[in-house]
Design a protein around this ligand. Structure first.
Ligand code: GRF
Length: 196
């Protein structure tokens, strides 16, 4: 996993594996931020954590090369992003085509793209007067929040919602949606050999 946020999606996926709902195992958590909560959660779950500090690389190409080396070493099948805000590029994307997933806290293709992360997403949804929002799991390509959509879950926007209250409602659904999507991959229902 590549996770630089608080790590609640990591927890949900680790729990899915532990219960046998996902026939698989999380082998490595990479963060580009040393203090990321996701690293603490990884260590608590007995998962190897690794920091690849973004600033130490010349750009996305070199960073992605380092990620590729680490995932190859461990023969990793699927890379899951959660709260990872940087762009990936080059060899990693071609070698792992349809094998890198991301979760986004809105109903893509709406409210995605560069700069659309965290509370900014929910603020934009509320400012537009939307009646619903949700979350999306998708395969990644070279652009922010693009690539083939795998699944979405919807939540209502309620009267008096703040970006924080909406974020919480969406996050609860993320913790269900992500394990569902990864399970499908682990069962071979989606992925490079299966076009969805
Ligand atoms: C989630 O809201 C996810 O949709 C977004 O970043 C957040 C990560 O949260 N991409 P966590 O680190 O999994 O708690």
């Amino acid at each position: 996993m590549l996770a630089s946020g608080s790590g609640t999606n990591l927890e949900a996926l680790a729990e899915g594996c532990r219960r046998g709902y996902i026939p698989g195992e999380i082998l490595l958590v990479i963060s580009e931020r040393p203090g990321a909560g996701a690293l603490e959660k990884a260590s608590a779950a007995g998962i190897e954590g690794l920091v690849l500090e973004w600033e130490r690389f010349s750009g996305p190409e070199e960073f992605s090369g380092a990620v590729l080396r680490e995932v190859r070493k461990r023969d990793i099948d699927l890379i899951c992003l959660a709260g990872f805000l940087k762009k990936l590029s080059g060899r990693l994307l071609s070698e792992y085509e349809m094998r890198i997933m991301n979760i986004h806290p809105a109903l893509l293709p709406s409210y995605g793209g560069k700069g659309m992360y965290g509370l900014r997403v929910h603020r934009a949804v509320l400012e537009s007067g939307e009646k619903e929002s949700g979350c999306t799991v998708h395969f990644i390509d070279g652009e922010y929040d693009r690539g083939q959509v795998i699944a979405r879950r919807r939540v209502p926007v309620r009267e008096g919602d703040t970006p924080e209250s909406l974020a919480e409602r969406v996050l609860r659904q993320e913790h269900k949606l992500y394990p569902e999507a990864v399970r499908k991959f682990a069962l071979g229902e989606i992925g490079p050999e299966r076009k969805i």
